[in-house]
Design a protein around this ligand. Structure first.
Ligand code: ZN
Length: 321
């Protein structure tokens, strides 16, 4: 009988995933529903309750002692509410209270999805063994989270490490967040594609105008596609270097669809880091791809819940695990 389980929820604009996860990060049971993102808030909550219902009906449920939630942001962990950009029915929605009610009063830990991904990479992935790390998701948007002093640092509202909205271009293009020249405005997938198209790049016969298609062109040597990835890499490097200089991280881990571009992104990123991370205490900074894949949200939500139980679980994996 497992007695060290946590329930994990990964809530995004397209799917709501749930799992029972053990103290070593293994997923023992899964449940999933599409997110009814265009519906009202209570309808979205019913989909969450269906996912939780599949978990609570399992004989394993008796071993669950906490719930971790990683949600698309913004979240407010201090208030227990979420307002995901792509789920308009949820604005200041009291998700923590509702989940607690649906799970018989278990303690509930809420973090943003970037923070959850960071917890997963630190526990099981590319940031494992690093006490000070920045993990990022670069896809439609750019998010992230921080490990400081060996511990997840979600911040008071669960959003710390949101590197996508650090400005790296003071007079740059307006960002939907209200600022200018944000990392996301330059380095997200849609912005990589937009800049390539503005520079004259044209998609192939399949009409694919995504950043993935730009990456294929860059790999084939298309100079406009290469330049768009180099610009994105520069923005990421400036943001990573700033973060390293502030809090002394020694690794930056990058996941999300844009990271799948591989060397097209990482080669110029490593070059640019040498230009921006110049002080002695950040020069050793390394950068690499995330390892956790599609389960990062669930495993990370579980890790966030476990890390709240002070001393109950050592989140550093056992040797050989
Ligand atoms: Zn912004």
């Amino acid at each position: 009988m497992h007695t060290d389980l946590v329930a994990a929820l990964d809530i995004g604009g397209t799917k709501i995933a749930g799992a029972l996860v053990d103290g070593r990060g293994r997923i023992l049971l899964r449940a999933q529903r599409p997110t009814p993102a265009r519906e009202d808030g209570d309808t979205v909550m019913r989909a969450v309750e269906e996912v939780l219902g599949e978990l609570t009906r399992s004989p394993l449920w008796g071993g669950a002692r906490a719930v971790g939630i990683g949600s698309a942001g913004p979240v407010d962990a201090s208030a227990g509410t979420v307002s995901p950009v792509n789920v308009p029915g949820w604005r200041g929605y009291p998700l923590v209270e509702r989940v607690r009610a649906a799970t018989g009063g278990l303690p509930v830990e809420l973090v943003g999805d970037g923070v959850a991904m960071t917890a997963a990479e630190h526990w099981q992935g590319a940031a494992r063994g690093h006490d000070n790390a920045l993990c990022m998701v670069v896809s439609t948007g750019v998010g992230g989270g921080l490990i400081l002093g060996g511990k997840l640092h979600p911040g008071p509202t669960g959003n710390a490490g949101h590197i996508g909205h650090i400005s790296v271009d003071l007079d740059g293009d307006p960002c939907p967040c209200g600022a200018r020249g944000c990392v996301e405005r330059i380095a997200s997938g849609p912005n990589i594609a937009r800049r390539a198209i503005e520079g004259g790049w044209r998609p192939g016969a399949d009409g694919d105008m995504s950043a993935a298609a730009v990456a294929v062109a860059a790999r084939a040597g298309d100079p406009v596609a290469v330049a768009s990835f180099e610009r994105a890499a520069k923005a990421l490097a400036a943001g990573i270097a700033a973060t390293a200089t502030l809090v002394e991280i020694d690794i930056a881990v990058i996941g999300g669809g844009v990271a799948k571009a591989g060397s097209v992104l990482f080669d110029p990123l490593r070059r640019s880091l040498r230009d921006y991370a110049t002080l002695s205490f950040v020069r050793h900074l390394t950068v690499g791809p995330a390892l956790m894949g599609t389960d990062a949200g669930l495993v990370g939500a579980a890790a966030a819940a476990l890390s709240q139980e002070a001393g109950a679980v050592d989140l550093r994996p056992a040797v050989g695990s």
